[in-house]
Design a protein around this ligand. Structure first.
Ligand code: SDX
Length: 426
């Protein structure tokens, strides 16, 4: 018995009744599965009005600027939790007990090292290869090293793959950086926390002890946490589509990394820093805003706008607060880029165009300024995003594979040539 339904009539004829499925929060959905049988497809190229799946992991309310991970607001998690606890929450579905948290942290620490052959693999890249190109290749190659966790029908193997990915991403990310700057790889130090270990592998050298400032560790952990998951964004949808064919988890995450790389998505944090450097001075802001509004100019204000948020991105608010903290700890309160970014945000938010189109700063607007203050080079910004997002990708992949699923196979509106005769007789 259908509780609620949508009735669709076409050209005034044949009413098709489509069931409405109800969620726990947010929009309900019209199940159009049977529409194809009536000679019609729906058409939504950017998926602005399309729910591609059902999920329990993350909820976003774009109008209210709400982001929940398994029901917990991102602001609360950023204040009271840490990245590995959020990883457990996203993947396992509930916050860990104190004992489960200790056990999970030990498991992740146990998997931080990578196979020695991966060092040879990465050494084959040109010295100036973009770190995202290296990371994409490395993660895709992981399936050639870990043959014992590729059976996607076995939850235990899916969990081992998830743990390996969460644990090894910082190690491989740091290796990409070290290769790029021509320094020796630094092995993980399992006496350190997740974020501390990453910064140690990024900036340590074999020549002397490297101590990470606690405030920088906290900021790095918060950056990973704020990037952990974000519902069905482009890269997560890519991971799900790749996973729907039965591809191994490492191949699926490599696909997600590739999708994240674009400047409209995860590549925006790198683009924001490049944009701020190009603007250079507050007096140049008006001309860049003019360009952002000019339909003939491909320039867009990087770090602004969002497909879902038509209010503040709650992550940007937390990120800006972290920015203040990190810069004051480092004595960079007068950091010219941070001052320029805050001025740009203030002017843009008072501009009719941005107000009318509901364009607010997103997660990428301030993250780059913190990363730069932490000493992370700009070409590594999207690698950091991918490292934090890996747990979201693998949690969505696991959620899909753990339930009945079919291969994703969208259709199209065909506008090409109709059947025609081949013109040459012989
Ligand atoms: C992320 O999906 C996610 O959840 C992504 C993410 C995640 O955590 O996974 O949140 C991470 O990708 C954040 C977004 C990072 N990208 C950027 O900061 C790049 C700059 N932003 C834009 O490219 C854009 O806002 C998008 C890509 C983010 C959203 O694109 P949409 O939803 O397709 O919106 P749109 O391009 O249709 O824009 C609507 C209107 C257009 O004007 P009109 O054609 O209606 O006249 O707003 C304009 C756009 O031109 N517009 C902008 C703008 N963003 C949108 N104009 C100037 N500058 C901008 N940044």
């Amino acid at each position: 018995m259908i509780k609620r339904s949508a009735k669709l009539s076409v050209d005034g004829k044949a009413v098709i009744e489509l069931p409405i499925l109800e969620g726990s929060l947010g929009y309900d959905v019209i199940d159009i599965g049977q529409l194809g049988g009536n000679g019609l497809f729906t058409y939504d190229p950017g998926f602005s009005s399309t729910a591609a799946c059902q999920s329990d992991i993350t909820y976003i309310d774009g109008e209210k600027g709400v982001l929940l991970h398994r029901g917990y607001p991102i602001e609360i998690l950023a204040e009271k939790s840490d990245y590995l606890e959020v990883c457990y929450l996203l993947f396992e579905g509930s916050l860990p007990t104190a004992e489960q948290k200790v056990d999970f942290e030990r498991t992740i620490r146990y998997h931080t090292m990578v196979n020695r052959s991966i060092e040879l693999f990465i050494s084959g890249f040109r010295y100036d290869a973009h770190p995202m190109a290296m990371l994409c290749g490395l993660v895709g190659a992981m399936s050639s090293f870990y043959h014992d966790s590729l059976d996607i029908t076995d939850q235990q193997q899916r969990t081992i793959s998830a743990h390996r990915l969460i644990a090894k991403m910082p190690t491989m990310a740091a290796m990409c950086h070290k290769h790029y700057i021509g320094q020796p790889f630094i092995y993980p130090d399992n006496s350190l926390s997740y974020a501390e270990n990453f910064l140690h592998m990024m900036f340590g050298t074999p020549c002397e002890e490297y101590k990470v400032h606690p405030a920088l560790t906290k900021a790095m952990d918060r950056i990973f946490l704020l990037h952990a998951d974000h519902e069905q964004n482009a890269s997560t949808s890519t991971v799900r589509l790749a996973g729907s064919s039965g591809a191994n988890p490492f191949a699926c995450i490599a696909a997600g990394i590739a999708a994240l790389w674009g400047p409209a998505h995860g590549g925006a944090n790198e683009a924001v820093l490049n944009m701020l450097n190009e603007i250079g001075d507050e007096k140049n802001i008006p001309q860049f805003l003019k360009r952002a509004k000019d339909k003939q100019d491909p320039f867009r204000l990087m770090g602004f706008g969002h497909r879902v948020y038509k209010n503040h991105d709650p992550r940007a608010t937390v990120m800006r607060e972290s920015c203040d903290e990190v810069l004051s700890v480092l004595g960079l309160e007068n950091d010219p880029l941070f001052k320029l970014a805050k001025k740009l945000e203030q002017i843009a938010l008072e501009d009719d165009y941005f107000v009318e189109k509901k364009l607010y700063p997103n997660v990428d607007f301030y993250s780059g300024i913190i990363l730069k203050a932490l000493g992370i080079p700009v070409e590594m910004f999207t690698v950091i995003f991918a490292t934090g997002r890996t747990v979201g990708w693998i949690s969505h992949w696991n959620e899909m594979i753990s339930n009945p699923y079919r291969i994703g196979r969208p259709r199209q509106l065909y506008t090409g040539a109709k059947t025609q005769k081949f013109p040459y007789s012989q």
